[in-house]
Design a protein around this ligand. Structure first.
Ligand code: DP6
Length: 349
């Protein structure tokens, strides 16, 4: 017999960034972070997990290609879920699994992203959150979302925030064992549904420096990171929570842009410096800054993760339409840039 479960998790975009770990194994961050979870129809991972006594080992496929499960992170998530597994009974199929049987049962995992991996938007956040959620479903785990988020955190830090929809805060926690480092939902997906998120794919190349190694170098070499984590972020988190609660777009946009810029500043402050943004990213920042300045109040917020692609958050649908027009006018698709041309309107999601 084979027992299966399927789940779907969207990716999330941080508006106050996580960058730097105080514990690399448990994935414990140096500061709190806040994100917005995207609509699952656009950027999400769908994962099916299957368990069977005929599987000789754990195996995993990503977008149809088998990947090695040797990395400690997948194993940590699997181990933590297995520990919490409970009895499962499927009368129709005549399957009865005792909770202690889960230790011996191997799983096959197949995960798909509904967005082009080549677009450089492949995010571990959706994938790991989905893996934990779906394994939990298969093994009849009864933990609350906070506990699941802290397991997903051990797969990839940002994944802990994708367990919830809407606006989410990852509380860094104080404990050495990570037991209080988990995500909480600040507001659900219906709270501020005027906002429109546009992702401008600036480069379809995979990023050169992974988040994991980039933040390790920053922790080891950047004097600015200390100041950011201890002095700047704590007060920004409070202000961002207020801005979200009050749907105050002006504060939300100012904080989001400032935090993205400071995150890239600590990347530059790293030795050797890390450059995630390119000239096109800088041009997009200037376009938005000029527009916001000419309106007298922010219309659009920008934020960039560990790569050159721009995440633009418009205050409403009308602004989003104008923004799209401006982007297409300023950056007409290039004939020789086949990749982005072929992505067509998908390159601006
Ligand atoms: C820039 O969660 O990918 O997107 O914990 O090492 O897997 P690991 O890193 P990851 O880092 C994400 C960094 C970021 C900012 C953010 O999402 O908060």
């Amino acid at each position: 017999w084979v027992l299966m479960a399927t789940g779907r998790s969207p990716t999330n975009i941080a508006v106050i960034k996580y960058w730097g770990k105080r514990d690399e194994t448990l994935i414990l961050p140096v500061n709190d972070s806040i994100s917005v979870t995207l609509d699952p129809d656009h950027l999400s991972a769908t994962t099916t997990v299957a368990a069977s006594p005929s599987f000789p080992s754990d195996r995993m496929w990503l977008n149809g290609k088998e990947i090695a499960l040797s990395g400690g992170r997948f194993q940590s998530c699997l181990r933590e879920i297995r520990k919490r597994a409970r009895d499962v009974e499927d009368e129709k199929k005549g399957i009865k699994i005792k909770k202690e049987d889960w230790e011996k049962l191997h799983v096959h995992i197949a995960s798909y992203n509904n967005f082009p991996t080549a677009a450089g938007l492949a995010s571990s956040a959706a994938g790991l959150a989905c893996l934990v959620f779906t394994l939990g479903k298969l093994m009849n785990v009864n933990e609350d979302y906070g506990e699941l988020s802290s397991i997903a955190r051990q797969g990839s830090g940002s994944a802990c925030r994708s367990i919830y929809g809407g606006f989410v805060k990852w509380c860094m926690g104080k404990n050495d064992d990570g037991s209080d480092s988990m995500a909480v939902q600040l507001a659900d997906e219906s709270h501020w549904d005027d906002l429109v998120i546009i992702i401008a794919v600036v480069s379809s190349k995979q990023k050169e420096t992974s988040s994991t190694s980039g933040m390790r170098d920053t922790v080891e070499t950047s004097p600015l990171l200390q100041y950011r984590a201890q002095t700047v972020v704590p007060s920004r988190i409070l202000k961002m929570e207020d801005a979200i609660k009050n749907r105050d777009f002006e504060s939300f946009a100012r904080l989001t842009c400032a935090d993205s810029n400071q995150f890239h500043a600590v990347c530059l402050d790293t030795s050797p410096p890390i450059f995630y943004m390119n000239d096109t990213s800088h041009r997009i920042i200037s376009l938005v800054e000029k527009w916001n300045h000419s309106e007298g109040t922010p219309q659009v917020a920008y934020t960039f993760d560990a790569g050159p692609n721009a995440v633009l958050i418009a205050r409403n649908r009308k602004t989003a339409t104008l923004l799209l027009q401006r982007l297409l006018y300023t950056f007409p698709p290039q004939k020789n840039d086949l990749d982005s041309y072929m992505l067509g309107d998908k390159s601006i999601l």
